[in-house]
Ligand binder design. Structure first.
Ligand SMILES: C/C(=C\Cc1cc(O)c2ccccc2c1O)CCC[C@H](C)CCC[C@H](C)CCCC(C)C
Ligand SMILES: C[S@@+](CC[C@H](N)C(=O)[O-])C[C@H]1O[C@@H](n2cnc3c(N)ncnc32)[C@H](O)[C@@H]1O
Length: 268
C-alpha cells in the first residue's frame, strides 16, 4: 500500500498550481463548525463504503452506471492532449475514461476528499495495463476549495459528486473558476424528477433493492443516505439556474436512464 499512498498527492501544495492566497474565503465560526461536521460525516461515509462501492454500483445498476458515466465523459468534450479535472473522483471510474480521451500527452487531475476512495483508485490504476492511465494524478482535496489556479482546465467532470458536497453553489463557483473560457463541465447524478412515477420508482428501488442489499454489507445507513440526498438535491431546472448564477454562459440538463439519472452540461 506504500506505493499506492505515494501515488496520492496528500496536500493542496502538491497539486498543480494553487489558488491565489488572497482568494481564500473566510467562513464565520458557526458556519465552519456546521459544514465541517456535515462534510466530515460524508467523508467518513465514503471512506467506509470504499471497499464495496464499485461492486455495489455494478450489481445495483446492473452495470448501467458505466453507460451513464461514459455519456458524462463524452459530453465533457475532453479530447487528446487536454488537461482535465475529475472532481469528486471517488474510485476513479470517470478519471479512467478521461485518461483514454486525453491520452499520454494529456493530463487528468482526479480530486476527492476521501482517502480510502483515492487509495482504491490508485490501486486500480496500478492493476491496469493501459499506458495512458499514467496520466492520472490522484489528489486529496476539497471540491469547495480547489488547489488549482484560475482557468486551468479544458474540461471538468463530476460523477455523483455535486449532490454530496455541502455547498453546491460554492462548488459550482470553484468549477467555473478553474475552467478555461469556452470549456465544458459535465455533471452526472441522480435526477430529482418532477414525474411522480419516476420519483416513486426511484424511491421504491432504493427502499426495496438498494438498501436491503447494502444491509448485507453492514451499510444500511450509508445507502439510506442516498434517498435523503436525492430529496435534498436540485431539479434539472435548478441545476441550470445554479450554473448560470456561477457565471456559465450556457447550461442544459438532460435526463438519462428513463429519468432516474440526469446530466448537466454547462459551458463557461
Ligand atoms: C453510480 C451510482 C451511484 C453512485 C453513488 C452515489 C452516492 O451519492 C452514494 C451515496 C451513498 C452510498 C452509495 C452511493 C453511490 O453508490 C448509480 C448506480 C448505483 C446505485 C446505488 C443504484 C441505483 C439504482 C436505481 C435507482 C435503479 C436502477 C434501475 C436499473 C437497474 C438501471
Ligand atoms: C458517490 S461518490 C462518486 C465517485 C465517482 N465520481 C463515481 O462516479 O463513482 C461521491 C464522491 O464525492 C466525494 N466528495 C463529497 N464531497 C466532497 C468534497 N467536498 N470534496 C471532495 N470530494 C468530495 C466523496 O468522497 C465521494 O468519493
Amino acid at each position: 500500500m506504500g506505493t499506492v499512498t505515494a501515488a496520492i498527492s496528500l496536500s493542496a501544495a502538491a497539486a498543480v498550481g494553487s489558488r491565489p492566497a488572497g482568494r481564500r474565503r473566510h467562513r464565520g465560526p458557526g458556519a465552519f463548525r456546521c459544514s465541517a461536521s456535515a462534510a466530515g460525516e460524508r467523508q467518513f461515509l465514503f471512506n467506509r463504503i470504499a471497499p464495496v462501492y464499485d461492486h455495489l454500483n455494478d450489481v445495483l445498476s446492473l452495470g448501467q452506471h458505466r453507460t451513464w458515466k461514459r455519456i458524462c465523459v463524452s459530453w465533457s468534450r475532453a479530447k487528446m492532449g487536454d488537461r482535465v479535472l475529475d472532481l469528486c473522483c471517488g474510485s476513479g471510474d470517470l478519471a479512467f475514461l478521461l485518461s483514454q480521451k486525453v491520452g499520454l500527452d494529456g493530463e487528468v487531475m482526479a480530486l476527492d476528499f476521501s482517502r480510502q476512495q483515492l487509495l482504491t483508485a490508485a490501486d486500480r490504476q496500478e492493476q491496469r495495463w493501459k499506458l495512458c492511465y499514467k496520466n492520472i494524478k490522484w489528489i486529496e482535496g476539497d471540491a469547495l476549495d480547489l488547489p488549482f489556479t484560475d482557468r486551468y482546465f479544458d474540461a471538468v467532470t463530476v460523477g455523483y459528486g455535486l449532490r454530496n458536497v455541502i455547498d453546491k453553489s460554492r462548488a459550482m463557483q470553484e468549477i467555473f473558476r478553474v475552467m478555461k473560457p469556452g470549456s465544458r463541465v459535465s455533471i452526472l447524478d441522480f435526477n430529482k424528477s418532477s414525474s411522480l412515477f419516476t420519483a416513486s420508482l426511484q424511491s421504491w428501488a432504493i427502499d426495496n433493492v438498494v438498501v436491503p442489499l447494502a444491509s448485507g454489507y453492514g451499510l444500511t445507513e450509508e445507502y439510506k443516505y442516498l434517498k435523503s440526498s436525492i430529496s435534498q438535491y436540485l431539479t434539472g431546472e435548478e441545476l441550470e439556474k445554479l450554473a448560470k448564477e456561477a457565471g456559465f454562459s450556457v447550461a442544459k440538463h438532460y435526463e438519462l436512464g428513463g429519468g432516474l439519472m440526469g446530466n448537466l452540461v454547462a459551458t463557461r
